[in-house]
Every structure is written in C-alpha cells, then in structure tokens.
Design a protein around this ligand. Structure first.
Ligand SMILES: C[S@@+](CC[C@H](N)C(=O)[O-])C[C@H]1O[C@@H](n2cnc3c(N)ncnc32)[C@H](O)[C@@H]1O
Length: 297
C-alpha cells in the first residue's frame, strides 16, 4: 500500500482546512475503512446497552466503489485493493491532477476514474458502494445525495454529526438528522477517530458511520412531504406537537394545520418532537397529508 505521508510529499501540498482538506495519515485507520463493507461488527448501541453484540453480516458488492474527496489518494489506494473499479471525485484541481499522475497505471488499466469537480454537482457513476472521508463543510449534503442511491456507505463525519445521525428518540442528539438518515438506512457509528489520524488535524474528533440501505419499517406515500414535515416539527422541538403543527405550516406546506390537530390523537399532540419515533412521525405525516392540504412547495 502507498504510504500516506509519501503521497502528501509527492503531491507537494499541505492540506488546507478552509477547503476541507484533512488527509488521513494513520495506516491502521486507512486499512480498516474498506473492511467495514465486509466485516461483521457489533453495533455501538449494543455495546452501550451492555447487550451481547449482534454480529451483522455485511457483504457489500465492491465491483464499483465511489470515493468522494480523493485528496492525495491514500484511501483511493486501499479501495483499489478491494474494488474491481473505483471512481474518485475531487474538487481541487491540483489534487485531481496529482491523482491522475500518481494512479496513471490504474487509470490506463481501466480500474480508476478521476472526476474533477464538486461532488454536489457532478454526475455520479452507477456505484455499488462508497467509502469516503468526506469534506466536512458539505458532508450533510453529500450524505443526502448518496442515501437515495440505496447503496452501502462507509462515511467519515465529525463525531457530533455522526452521533446525531444514529441517535434514538428521547436523547438530546435525536433530531431531524436522525429521522431523515434512518429513513434510508440502518446506521451505525462503527469507530471514532482521533484528530491525530489526520494531517492537518481537524478541530474536532471524527467518526466513521456505516449506512446499510433498507426499507423503513413504516410506509410513507410521499417521501418529500414526510421529510419536510419532520423538518418543520423539529424547528419547534421545545413545543408540543400540537403547537409545532400549528406554527410551522409555512415550512411543512400545510394549508390547514388546524385540521391536522383536530384529527390527530391527543397522546401524540401532547408529545414533543424529540420523543416521537420515526414510525409515529410517518403516521402523523400521512394524516397531515390526508387532511392538512399540503401544497407542493
Ligand atoms: C477530508 S479530505 C479527505 C482526503 C482523502 N480521501 C483522505 O482520506 O486522506 C476531503 C477531500 O475532499 C475534497 N473536497 C472538498 N470539497 C469537495 C467537494 N465539494 N467535492 C469534491 N471534493 C471536495 C478536498 O479537496 C479534500 O481532498
């Protein structure tokens, strides 16, 4: 495997934090990241609860791996070792050029494609799984670009963001991000990564999240409305659901919020958003859509 410090030296760059450039320099972390696509790992929640770990069999298709934010290619190199084909997206022109030079043989052999551009804008290939150390400034937008593709994802985020993604109801971390992420996938925080694993070190600790796509255990007819409704109710998380529905018609798009309040169960209306399980949000969203006359925007 290529040495991460050697890659940085050959590229002749210093990571620029203002451009979300924090390169992984810890070989053990780099080696572990692709294994989360295949390995069995206990869930962080099992460890916290003291339950015996539930091993999960993950067997992702590695025939075409996508990496967002290639940097100097240390992770790209590990992905080439496990994937038949890899596509890497890198916005920084100098780094994209370096990747093309450093991996010229792999590109010639048809194993690697370098896309120079913004991961929020470029057309993404038909990938089978993604392993990425995301640029933190746009990590949320990238995650929500990838989730609907319904492919296994191993993504590095800021620790606090990762904790909000995996959070359960009735915890301070639980919010819109938890409900909307868990809508798409089974999400686990598989490893926390200290700042020293990166060059330059970021301001805060990081965490690796694994997202395995699955259908939610509730049905929503209108996904866009469901996600908008959840967003609206969490803007008023200190209020009861009754008042949150009434106060957020401009966000949810409900023309008749009062009709939803009239139709909903009293025990739901008394709750606060932070205590609502995704299934309860889904049922309420369905009711809101049926009686609250949502507009499309
Ligand atoms: C945290 S670094 C990870 C680099 C490398 N994969 C590693 O692990 O060492 C994120 C990379 O994403 C690139 N980047 C930042 N914003 C981007 C965007 N919008 N689209 C694509 N790449 C971006 C940065 O230039 C940087 O190389």
């Amino acid at each position: 495997m290529r040495d991460p410090d050697g890659l940085i030296a050959r590229a002749g760059v210093r990571g620029d934090p203002d451009r979300d450039q924090h390169f992984l320099v810890d070989d053990r972390v780099l080696d572990r990241l692709p294994t989360y696509l295949e390995s069995e790992a206990p869930r962080a929640s099992d460890e916290a609860s003291g339950d015996s770990p539930r091993a999960r069999e993950i067997d992702a298709d590695t025939s075409h791996l996508l990496e967002i934010g290639g940097g100097t290619g240390a992770l790209t190199d590990r992905l080439l070792a496990v994937g038949d084909e890899v596509t890497v997206v890198e916005r920084d022109r100098e780094l994209a050029q370096f990747l093309r030079e450093e991996f010229a043989d792999e590109i010639d052999a048809g194993n690697l494609t370098v896309i120079e551009g913004d991961a929020l804008q470029v057309d993404l290939p038909e990938f089978t799984a993604s392993v990425s150390n995301l640029p933190y400034g746009v990590s949320s937008q990238i995650a929500f670009r990838l989730f609907p593709e319904k492919k296994p994802l191993v993504l590095m985020f800021q620790q606090e963001f990762a904790e909000r993604m995996v959070a359960e109801p009735d915890t301070s971390e639980y919010g819109r991000l938890s409900v909307s992420s868990q809508h798409y996938a089974d999400i686990e925080l598989v490893e926390s990564i200290p700042k020293e694993a990166f060059s330059p070190p970021p301001a805060v600790q990081s965490a690796v999240v694994r997202a395995i796509p699955r259908e939610p255990d509730y049905a929503v007819e209108d996904e866009e409305f469901f996600l908008r409704f959840v967003k609206a109710l969490f803007t008023q998380r200190r209020k009861t659901i009754r008042n949150a529905i009434r106060n957020t018609g401009h966000i949810s798009g409900l023309s008749e919020p009062e009709a939803v309040v009239d139709a909903a169960d009293e025990d739901v209306l008394r709750k606060r958003a932070g205590a609502m399980a995704p299934t309860e949000f889904a049922a309420l969203a369905q009711l809101a859509r049926d009686v609250g006359e949502p507009t499309d925007d």
